[in-house]
Design a binder for this molecule. Structure first.
Ligand code: MG
Length: 337
């Protein structure tokens, strides 16, 4: 079921926590119209926070990249999983604590900013922190793994198994986390989405009474927001398409759904499934009607693209809940505009 917002989301929520890849940019370019939509949201009084699981870049580097893409941003508008990891460490250990660092500049800068002392794998330390770092050597990983097995407290920036590199989808920091976890039998404390610390750190740094998380991934952005009790807007400019949307597990389903960031300026209808004459679920949204027949999702009517997606999602989820598998959507083409 999708939530209702009678007022536009930009009036209902004072902070947009924006995922970056798939929301603000894709690959090397801004998502079409994203700079204009974000400018408009700011003009309507929304605070914007750019929230990233990437722990290797500093907030200054991320802000400079966004500014280059036509989205003016300051370092204070960016919150990284490295900053959330440093917060976890300093909250438990206090400033001045010594922490073994396996990662890149973003993580080193975040530790320094909290008054933590980054040390090497053989040095006296109270914790290990790990993040994506292309120059981390296997010998260091081995040494750190043995120390975690022997009881050193371990904080990981994120658990993302994949990472969009310039040369394609590449293994992310989560692959190293899995390796260490298998060897040590130890679960790290994870700072990034879908875990809560990064979202808490964002509200703490940027402020806002009533945030909405805006993301393109169901299993990190949306699941993380839901687990933290926050409102969520799924946009379809990134990795989630029609097949992924109708196959969302209940805990991954967004409260709001829109084709792109223009969804911030719309009111959103509440959409709940109903039962058709044959017992199969239907969902009607303004001019559209979506129904599942013999496992195939069909849509009729006319109206706005956003409402088409909302009808399809809610009918698809209801079918998945009843039958255990998503409906066939291979014949559907989303309208544009
Ligand atoms: Mg993303």
């Amino acid at each position: 079921m999708l939530h209702a917002s009678v007022r536009p989301l930009c009036d209902e929520h004072d902070l947009a926590m924006l995922d970056l890849d798939g929301v603000v940019y894709v690959g090397g370019a801004a998502v079409p119209s994203a700079p204009e939509h974000l400018d408009r949201a700011r003009g309507r009084g929304m605070r914007l926070a750019y929230v990233t699981n990437n722990a290797s870049r500093t907030p200054e580097q991320v802000a400079a990249h966004l500014t280059d893409l036509g989205v003016p941003a300051e370092a204070t508008d960016v919150v990284t999983s490295a900053q959330a990891a440093a917060r976890l460490l300093v909250d438990r250990l206090g400033a001045g604590a010594r922490v073994v660092l396996l990662g890149a500049d973003g993580l080193a800068g975040a530790l320094h900013a909290e008054g933590l002392v980054a040390v090497g794998v053989d040095d006296d330390a109270q914790a290990l922190v790990t993040g994506y770092g292309p120059d981390v050597r296997w010998g260091e990983i081995m040494r750190a793994a043995v120390r975690v097995r022997d009881g050193l407290w371990w904080v990981a920036s994120n658990g993302d198994l994949t990472f969009p590199a310039p040369f394609g989808i590449a293994p992310g920091h989560g692959v190293l986390v899995e390796t260490l976890r298998r060897f040590t039998g130890v679960e790290p404390v994870v700072a990034g989405k879908p875990q809560r610390p990064l979202l808490d750190e964002t509200v703490r740094r940027v402020g806002g009474e009533n945030p909405v998380m805006v993301g393109d991934r169901l299993d990190t952005d949306i699941a993380g927001a839901r687990a933290a009790g926050l409102a969520s807007l799924l946009v379809l400019t990134g990795v989630t398409g029609l097949p992924e949307l109708v196959d969302a597990r209940p805990e991954e389903r967004p409260g709001y759904l829109a084709p792109d960031l223009a969804g911030l300026f719309e009111s959103h209808p509440e959409v709940a499934p109903a039962e058709g004459a044959d017992g199969e679920p239907i969902a009607a949204v303004r001019g559209w009607r979506a129904a599942v027949r013999d496992g195939v999702l069909e849509v009729s009517g006319e109206g706005a693209a956003g409402d088409w997606w909302r009808a399809v999602a809610v009918a698809g989820w209801a079918h998945r809940d009843r039958s255990g598998s998503p409906p066939d959507v291979s014949g559907l083409v989303a309208p544009t505009g």
